[in-house]
Design a protein around this ligand. Structure first.
Ligand SMILES: Cc1cc2nc3c(=O)[nH]c(=O)nc-3n(C[C@H](O)[C@H](O)[C@H](O)COP(=O)(O)O)c2cc1C
Length: 387
């Protein structure tokens, strides 16, 4: 059952009502004036699907997809989301468990509000780990060792945060961690009692993966320590070191330039995610749907290329796959669902997206995603170019 939700857009509106503004804006916002975020979403609105007809799509349609040696029930999963607990306490574990039940992957973020060990336990066969390379190498080494011993077999290294994102909505709201409530924030919290009570019961969200490092770090305060967890020092030589240290699948997340995807492949990556961090870093970055084709052409058909950014419904998922992605990820839609409907929302959002995908496949006459290559010419991206 998809609950009573008609769409991700409805979940977003419900989350906007239920969350304090600073929390909703942190999830919902993009870099600068939000141009890249809007471009990501718009690229899907503008792309069209031309239906094929008389193809008997009665009965079950097959949404399964192979990726990284595993068969997934659906071709979409949860992108890493740091600080998700600002939306609702418990969200990380709920989404991990719901993904496991749905046969979809869940990506545990380095700055998650639960530990990577707990999230692996919540999704023992379907979780991936996402690594940020912060300033201190010993912490990076320890995170990799912990991910290994927790049983993760797939790790994403995020490449697209060389500097912190400048998000105007957060700057205007004076949103920072730890939370320092001013008068406006106090009013915001007081006028969202369900959220306030949930936070009062659970405590303020914490970066649980880091707590054990904060004291041993050279940073002088927790705020400085957190700031040091993103850094611009990641380069190809460090990527080589991570490749040598990680025996499992290694994916570079946050690639838009074809040349970078080729370099990742040459240096032993098992895949890339065409991503601009959901438009949260560089307002001028291209829409990921538009960037995908050139990346796919550069790396060839056999290298894993995932896609995220701006996907908001089943038709969008299908468009991403027909445009050349092997799999898609979403960030905000999953947070909206829990923000709107709590733990139940975590399960409902998978049902909603799967039902929409099945419908979209039926509408264009595609019975099984495995046959999607024959349907690539149904997709027209902006400007009328077919792949
Ligand atoms: C609130 C928020 C936090 C995020 N935190 C991370 C993170 O910790 N690590 C990461 O690699 N990407 C992070 N991302 C980016 C997502 O993994 C993903 O690339 C993006 O959300 C996809 O765009 P969408 O939200 O339009 O689906 C975050 C995105 C959001 C919205």
């Amino acid at each position: 059952m998809a609950g009573s939700w008609a769409s991700i857009d409805d979940l977003r509106l419900a989350a906007r009502r239920r969350l304090p503004r600073f929390a909703f804006d942190f999830i919902d916002g993009g870099a600068g004036d939000g141009a890249c975020l809007a471009r990501n979403v718009e690229a899907y609105r503008r792309a069209t699907l031309t239906p094929r007809v008389l193809r008997n799509v009665d009965g079950d349609l097959d949404t399964s997809m192979q990726l990284f040696g595993k068969s997934w029930t659906v071709p979409f999963g949860v992108a890493p989301i740091g600080m998700a607990g600002i939306a609702w306490p418990g969200i990380d574990g709920w989404l991990a468990a719901a993904a496991e039940r749905a046969g979809a992957p869940y990506t545990a973020s380095t700055p998650a509000t639960d530990t990577l060990e707990a999230l692996r336990a919540a999704a023992p066969t379907s979780s991936w780990f996402q690594l940020y390379v912060g300033r201190e190498q010993w912490i990076v080494d320890d995170l990799i060792a912990r991910a290994k011993s927790a049983g993760y077999d797939t790790m994403f290294v995020t490449a697209d945060v060389p500097k912190p994102g400048k998000r105007r909505r957060d700057i205007r709201n004076r949103f920072m961690l730890p939370l320092r409530p001013g008068a406006r924030m106090a009013f915001d919290v007081a006028t969202h009692p369900a959220w306030s009570m949930a936070i009062a019961r659970a405590g303020s969200p914490r970066f649980q993966n880091f707590e054990r490092y904060a004291q041993a770090s050279s940073a002088s305060s927790l705020a400085e320590f957190m700031a040091s967890q993103t850094s611009g020092r990641l380069d190809w030589s460090l990527f080589d070191d991570i490749r040598a240290a990680w025996p499992g699948k290694l994916i570079l997340k946050g690639v838009c330039a074809p040349r970078d995807a080729v370099m990742a492949a040459e240096r032993g990556a098992d895949g890339v995610v065409v991503s601009n961090h959901g438009g949260r870093q560089l307002a001028s970055a291209p829409a990921t749907l538009d960037a995908l084709g050139a990346v796919r052409d550069a790396v060839g058909p056999d290298f894993a290329v995932l896609l995220d950014g701006g996907i908001r419904c089943g038709e969008d998922i299908l468009k991403g796959l027909l445009a050349g992605a092997d799999f898609v990820l979403m960030g905000r839609p999953f947070v909206y669902a829990v923000g709107a409907a709590g733990e139940a929302g975590a399960g409902q959002v998978f049902d909603l997206l799967r039902a929409e995908l099945v419908n979209a496949m039926g509408q264009i006459g595609l019975r099984a995603l495995a046959d999607r290559a024959a349907f690539a010419d149904c997709l027209r991206l902006e400007g009328g170019s077919a792949r």
